[in-house]
Ligand binder design. Structure first.
Ligand code: HEC
Length: 93
């Protein structure tokens, strides 16, 4: 009897919690996708494509390529913060 009465509120609570949790992940995703690298890197030049084509799997590989690679000159205006955001965004370790 008592269990029946509470099952609806509990169900509603869990459902709402689930929806909020999913929505929060979406919001985070958009916040993280908002960093300066993406101003130049979109479409076929997207960071996803570059990383896939060069087989970059580690955060240090990306740091080295951006800071000391042949295209480092193009990235002198990119901040460390953006580079770290890119690493997170690309889920490199
Ligand atoms: C001012 C525009 C601009 C910004 C901002 C920018 N890039 Fe680039 N990036 C370029 C261009 C242009 C290239 C050369 C693309 C090509 O090879 O055709 C490039 C190349 C690269 C490459 C490949 C390097 C290589 O040696 O081939 C990587 C990796 C990269 N960018 C990462 C980043 C990351 C991470 C950020 C943010 C921290 C960033 N870029 C910000 C313009 C930019």
């Amino acid at each position: 009897m008592g269990l029946r009465f509470w099952s609806l509120p509990i169900f509603t609570f869990l459902l709402l919690g689930g929806i909020l949790w999913v929505a929060r992940k979406d919001l985070n995703f958009y916040a993280e996708a908002n960093f300066k690298c993406l101003k130049c890197h979109k479409g076929s030049q997207s960071l996803e494509n570059i990383v896939r084509e060069r087989g970059i799997t580690k955060a240090d590989e990306l740091r080295n390529l951006v800071r000391r690679g042949p295209k480092a000159g193009l990235h002198t205006t990119s901040s460390e913060e953006d580079l770290e955001k890119a690493i997170k965004y690309l889920q490199l370790k």
